[in-house]
Design a protein around this ligand. Structure first.
Ligand SMILES: Nc1ncnc2c1ncn2[C@@H]1O[C@H](COP(=O)(O)OP(=O)(O)OP(=O)(O)O)[C@@H](O)[C@H]1O
Ligand SMILES: [Mg+2]
Length: 447
């Protein structure tokens, strides 16, 4: 089939690859004329080689990736070569670190100063077997003046910055890269999944007010906390929808696929919202009698596990120190967010306001994408896939912009470690996007 476009040509058409525990999802898209995101195609495949967000079987994962990529390629009519891949799993850790740079004089601060500070963070010594995935600048202190979000253009000699650093196991990173390479793709960058999901379902006002993003997937529940527009805390909890299904399977003595169906069709996160006399009849195994299951009992099983998961989330909120600063409350997304009465349970356990995050807020309809597919993208299941696409588009646009304006930081030029580090540029991109006239100062730095 004749392909129209390739993903590595000049048109910033970008591909997101979400390697989830239950499904692998490939999203192809670009920026629309109305400054929204236009999805050109989606492909997904069942994921059987991923365990709690981490690749456990390379062969199975490669085969699912290939299947999903092929489907997305056919639907979008785009040749897929380069992908923006999500990473999650219990191995992910986050820490805060402070960097200091003493400049030679107090001329205007430029992005090279910030780049220098970020580069220094990559030199942090981590425990063996761990590597840095993202370095996210938070706030700067310039000559003892704290709380500066955008220092570019300011005069100052002593620059200090707080960083949110996200690290993961080298082996987990390598396994993802291996799968991507074996599927004949190139991973442009690795993006922490909760950061991607945040991009899809939160808006700037919420991030400013203070908000918790909770992505309840099949294998993990991912948490990202924002306040004053800055990422403050990230965590990956190794429990998700699959363990709820497992509880239903054991509690109701049914098969796994029956348990999944019971959860999705009749499940609820609040037992008290269900009537005692509602009974579901489940077909017995190979001619055996039907099994009768009370909807209320089913809800009790689900509620117990969901409470445990929300308690873990609440613990993360409390340990972040932002519990009382979250005016935006909690936004739940991911497949597990579709569980009936979950919003109420989250509000009940945490005392915080809660809503479901749908990833269609930033989407515009592409004429060629079937309406049915576009409508499906509204599901919280696609939050990470759409978020990876958005992050990828931002990075591609930034890259194109740097080429046009050589004075800008060239992202390609600093990715010599074999992977791009757009992540740390998240905020910098915003800082400098309307500051194209700043000349890069090549003077030496002292530290
Ligand atoms: N209507 C529903 N009610 C309750 N749970 C649901 C519903 N629909 C899907 N789920 C659950 O959502 C989970 C899958 O969500 P999702 O696709 O976001 O996970 P994933 O991305 O594959 O996994 P992970 O992010 O953990 O690696 C499954 O456990 C599934 O049972
Ligand atoms: Mg997921």
């Amino acid at each position: 089939m004749e392909k129209r476009i390739t993903t590595n040509n000049e048109t910033p058409i970008v591909v997101g690859l979400d390697i989830g525990t239950t499904k692998i999802c490939v999203t192809v898209g670009r920026r629309s004329g109305t400054n929204k995101i236009e999805v050109l195609g989606v492909g997904y495949a069942e994921s059987s080689g991923v365990n709690r967000g981490m690749v456990a079987n390379i062969q199975k994962t490669v085969s699912s990736i290939t299947q999903a990529v092929e489907a997305a390629s056919v639907q979008s009519n785009v040749n897929i070569n380069i992908v923006h891949v999500g990473i999650a799993g219990q191995h992910i850790k986050s820490l805060q670190h402070r960097g200091i740079l003493t400049r030679k004089d107090d001329t205007e601060i430029n992005r090279k100063d910030i780049e220098q500070l970020v580069e220094d963070m990559y030199k942090l010594v981590l425990p063996p077997g761990e590597e840095i995935i993202h370095v996210l600048p938070q706030e700067f202190t310039i000559d003892n003046e704290p709380g500066i979000k955008d220092p570019i253009g300011m005069a100052g000699r002593r620059m200090e910055a707080n960083f949110h650093i996200i690290s993961g196991h080298v082996s987990a990173v390598k396994n993802i890269q291996k799968c991507v390479a074996k599927a004949n793709l190139e991973a442009q960058e690795l993006i922490l999944e909760p950061l991607a999901s945040s991009e899809a379902v939160l808006d700037e006002a919420e991030k400013d007010a203070g908000v918790v993003l909770v992505d309840i997937g099949g294998g993990t529940t991912d948490v990202a906390i924002f306040h004053e527009g800055i990422i403050r805390h990230t965590a990956v909890i190794p429990l998700g929808g699959n363990i709820v299904t497992e509880d239903v399977k054991q509690g109701c003595s049914v098969l796994r696929n029956q348990a999944e169906l019971l959860k999705i069709r009749f499940g609820s996160a609040l037992a008290d919202e269900n009537r005692d006399n509602e009974i579901i009849s489940v077909p017995g195994l190979r001619g055996r009698d039907h099994k009768e299951i009370s909807v209320k009992n089913l809800a009790y099983i689900i509620q117990a596990r969901m409470e445990e998961i929300i308690e873990h989330v609440y613990y993360e909120i409390k340990s972040s120190g932002y519990e009382r600063k979250l005016i935006g409350g909690i936004v739940i997304t991911g497949g597990g967010a579709q569980l009936k009465h979950l919003v109420q349970l989250v509000e009940y356990v945490t005392g915080l306001d809660c809503r479901i995050g749908f990833p269609n807020e930033h989407l515009a309809k592409n004429e060629e994408l079937p309406k049915k597919v576009f409508d499906e993208l509204k599901s919280p299941l696609y939050a990470t896939g759409i978020g990876l696409l958005i992050k990828g588009i931002e990075a591609a646009e930034y890259n194109a912009d740097s080429k046009e304006k050589p004075g800008k930081l060239d992202v390609v030029g600093i990715s010599e470690r074999g992977r791009s580090r757009f992540g740390f540029l998240d905020r910098i991109v915003k800082f400098i996007s309307d500051d194209s006239n700043v000349n890069v100062d090549d003077k030496e730095y002292t530290k």
